[in-house]
Design a protein around this ligand. Structure first.
Ligand code: HEC
Length: 144
């Protein structure tokens, strides 16, 4: 409620959908981002190159992937269970053993490289992404 009072009058102007990119830094610490960056360097960069440059011609820069700015559950799900991250059609997923915290940090590192207007990833969300994946595998319909 207080927020409304603090907003400058311009915020009421019809600029729907045009607000500038939001930094996730007030919500995520520099330490988390740095941790995510080092995990990225060891686990993702060998294939994807840097998030900005990619590894062309095969890997487009990840910062251009819409999924990097998708909602946290989607991004976590893709990192863990993208078909591209599977070793063979029925093989294990590359990052299945990564901790929920580490997956969240990598996602937030990628987010920090773009102006993301989505909520940061959190370990709880990553855990939920795993549950949803298991439910799908078992043919259980996720709750609406
Ligand atoms: C063994 C190679 C390899 C590694 C390692 C790897 N990826 Fe991928 N990834 C792929 C391929 C192949 C694709 C599909 C081609 C593309 O989109 O560039 C992909 C696609 C993606 C996408 C786009 C979504 C999709 O399903 O198309 C994201 C986001 C992504 N990877 C994130 C990561 C992150 C984060 C890591 C590190 C934790 C990582 N990848 C490590 C091979 C890899």
């Amino acid at each position: 409620m207080l927020l409304l009072v603090a907003l400058p009058p311009l915020a009421l102007a019809p600029s729907c959908g045009k607000s500038p990119p939001v930094s996730i830094f007030p919500l995520v610490s520099q330490e988390e981002i740095a941790h995510g960056e080092s995990i990225y360097a060891g686990n993702c960069r060998p294939c994807h190159g840097t998030p900005e440059q990619g590894n062309l011609p095969v890997f487009r820069p990840l910062v251009n992937e819409r999924i990097v700015n998708a909602d946290p559950l989607k991004l976590a799900g893709v990192m863990l269970f993208s078909k591209h991250h599977r070793q063979g059609p029925d093989g294990p997923y590359l990052f299945a053993d990564m901790t929920d915290e580490d997956v969240a940090c990598v996602g937030n590192f990628l987010r920090s490289r773009i102006g993301s207007d989505q909520a940061p990833l959190r370990a709880k969300i990553v855990e939920r992404a795993r549950e949803i994946h298991e439910e799908r595998d078992e043919g259980v319909q996720p709750e609406p």
